[in-house]
Design a protein around this ligand. Structure first.
Ligand SMILES: Cc1cc2nc3c(=O)[nH]c(=O)nc-3n(C[C@H](O)[C@H](O)[C@H](O)COP(=O)(O)OP(=O)(O)OC[C@H]3O[C@@H](n4cnc5c(N)ncnc54)[C@H](O)[C@@H]3O)c2cc1C
Length: 428
C-alpha cells in the first residue's frame, strides 16, 4: 500500500484546525496497547483505553483523519448499514436484541466527546432520511417502528406537505427525521479526539505505516524505522489497510465514494436549501447525501466509483446529481471535489473480532461508519479491559470472505452496483 504525506485536498483539509507535529515512530517502544490507524475507529479505541488508564501508542500511516474519517459526508447516522430486522432474520433474536441495544450509542459517544473535550467541529443536530418513492416512505415508517422498539424516542415522520420546511427540493415524497442524528466537520472531530487522547497521556505517531505485525504475547508492531511491543494490538486501518493482515483483506471490499463542495453561497440561499440545517441522505441503494457547512457551502456526495478519480471527473459525476436535487444551484461554482474509500462487507454488517487472543479488529461499516466506529472503539476498549460481553455480541456474527477472490471482487461488485442503480432508477 502506498501512502501519501498529506491529507487529500478536500474542503475539510482546507478548513482543518491546526494540530501539533506528531513525528514518525523511531526505535523500540513499549505500551499496553498499540493501535494501527488514526481514523474514528483507532481514535475511539485509543481514547477509551487511555480514559481507562491503559498506556496506548497509535501509529498512523499518513496523518490523523487522513482516511475516510477525515473526508466523509459528516453525517451522524444511527444504527448500522443493515438494521435490526435483518439481523434478527439472519442471526436470531438474541443477536438483534444485543446489537439493537447499542444501535444509538455511537451518536451519544460523539456528543459526549464533543462536550467533554470541548471539540469544535461545527456539530449540528438532526439527520433526515428522504424518500423518493412511496415504497421508500413505507420502509421509513417501518424503520421508525423498529428503532422505537429498540428505545429510540426522537423520530419524526414528515409527509410531502412538510418537506419544504426541511429541504427546498421537489424530489421527495416524505422523510424520517432523526433528532439523535446530526452532522459534523469530521476531520476537526478526529483532530479533537486525537488531542483528547493526547491529553490523557496517549501518544500518536504520524507518517508511520505499519509494515508487519508479529503476533504473540506480547505482539510486536513494526514500521520501517521503529517498533512497538504491546500486550494488545488493534487493527483500525479499514479500507486503507491493504493486505497487511490477509485474513482481514479477504473479508472486505474497499469502495470509493465521491464528494463535492460548492463555493460559499449567499447565506440566505444556503438557508433556503436546508432551512432546518439538518443533513439529508436519500433512500436509494446508491444514495445521495448532503448538508450545509458552517461557512454556507453545500457539501454533496453520492455514487460509488472504483479507482482513483481526479477532481474534474468527480465534479462531472456528482454535480449533475446535486443539480437534480437543487436546480437553483446551476450557477454555483464547485470549489472542492475528492474521493475516499469505505469498506464494504458481504452482509453489509460491520466485522469486529480477534485474531488469536490479543489482536483485535473492527472494519467494514459499509458506508455508515461515523457512529459505529465510535461504538466499536468503546467495545474493543471494554474487551481489552476484561469486559468482553458487548464486543462478543458483534464478534459472534459470521464474517464471510468476498466471493471471487481478489481478481473478481471488483467486477462482481461493479455489476452489483449497476443492478442496484437500475433498481433505484426504476423504483423497484
Ligand atoms: C467519501 C465518504 C463519505 C462517507 N460519508 C459518511 C457519512 O456521511 N456518514 C457515515 O456514517 N459514514 C460515512 N462514510 C463512512 C465512514 O467515513 C467510515 O466508515 C469511517 O470513517 C471509517 O473509519 P475508520 O477509522 O474505520 O477508517 P479510516 O477513517 O479510513 O481510517 C483508517 C486509518 O488507518 C490508517 N492505516 C491504514 N493502514 C495502516 C497501516 N498499515 N499503518 C498505519 N496506519 C494505517 C489510514 O492511514 C487511515 O488514516 C463515508 C466514507 C467516505 C469514504
Amino acid at each position: 500500500m502506498h501512502y501519501p504525506s498529506e491529507h487529500a485536498p478536500s474542503y475539510y483539509a482546507a478548513t482543518r484546525h491546526p494540530s501539533p507535529p506528531r513525528p514518525p515512530v523511531k526505535g523500540a517502544h513499549v505500551a499496553d496497547v498499540c493501535v494501527v490507524g488514526g481514523g474514528f475507529t483507532g481514535l475511539s479505541v485509543a481514547l477509551s483505553l487511555a480514559e481507562r488508564g491503559f498506556s496506548v501508542i497509535l501509529l498512523e500511516a499518513v496523518m490523523v483523519g487522513w482516511g475516510a474519517s477525515g473526508r466523509n459526508g459528516g453525517q451522524i447516522v444511527n444504527s448500522y448499514s443493515r438494521d435490526m430486522d435483518v439481523i434478527e432474520a439472519r442471526h436470531g433474536r438474541t443477536a438483534a436484541e444485543a446489537l439493537g441495544g447499542m444501535a444509538f450509542e455511537g451518536s451519544r459517544i460523539i456528543r459526549e466527546r464533543i462536550q467533554q473535550y470541548g471539540i469544535d467541529c461545527d456539530f449540528k443536530e438532526g439527520n433526515v432520511f428522504a424518500a423518493l418513492t412511496g415504497k421508500q416512505l413505507a420502509e421509513l415508517e417501518h424503520k421508525k417502528a423498529l428503532w422505537e422498539r429498540f428505545g429510540h424516542t426522537a423520530l419524526e415522520m414528515v409527509d410531502a406537505a412538510g418537506m419544504p420546511r426541511i429541504v427546498d427540493s421537489k424530489r421527495y415524497v416524505g422523510a424520517l427525521l432523526d433528532h439523535w442524528g446530526g452532522h459534523i466537520h469530521p476531520l476537526n472531530l478526529a483532530l479533537g479526539e486525537a488531542a483528547a487522547f493526547e491529553s490523557r497521556g496517549g501518544r500518536i505517531h504520524e507518517h508511520s505505516p505499519v509494515v508487519r505485525v508479529e503476533q504473540g504475547d506480547p505482539a510486536v508492531v513494526h514500521t520501517a524505522e521503529g517498533s512497538v511491543k504491546a500486550r494488545f494490538v488493534v487493527m483500525a486501518g479499514n479500507a486503507y489497510l491493504g493486505s497487511l493482515i490477509p485474513a482481514l483483506a479477504e473479508k472486505t471490499l474497499p469502495c470509493g465514494t465521491q464528494v463535492i463542495t460548492t463555493e460559499r453561497l449567499d447565506p440566505a440561499l444556503a438557508r433556503s436549501l436546508l432551512p432546518t440545517d439538518h443533513c439529508i441522505e436519500d433512500c436509494n441503494y446508491l444514495l445521495d447525501y448532503y448538508r450545509l457547512t458552517a461557512d454556507h457551502r453545500l457539501l454533496y456526495g453520492g455514487g460509488t466509483v472504483y479507482g482513483a478519480r481526479d477532481p474534474g471527473q468527480i465534479e462531472a459525476l456528482i454535480r449533475p446529481k446535486m443539480l437534480k436535487t437543487f436546480p437553483q444551484l446551476a450557477h454555483a461554482r464547485i470549489e472542492f471535489a475528492w474521493t475516499g474509500n469505505f469498506s464494504l462487507t458481504l452482509t453489509r454488517l460491520p466485522q469486529a473480532g480477534r485474531i488469536g487472543a490479543n489482536l483485535y479488529y473492527s472494519q467494514g461499516c459499509s458506508g455508515h461508519g461515523v457512529t459505529y466506529t465510535h461504538l466499536a472503539g468503546r467495545l474493543m476498549a471494554e474487551a481489552i479491559d476484561n469486559q468482553a460481553g458487548r464486543f462478543d455480541a458483534f464478534a459472534a456474527l459470521p464474517h464471510y470472505d468476498f466471493p471471487g477472490g481478489r481478481t473478481f471482487r471488483v467486477p462482481m461488485l461493479t455489476m452489483g452496483a449497476w443492478w442496484y442503480g437500475m433498481r433505484d432508477r426504476l423504483g423497484i
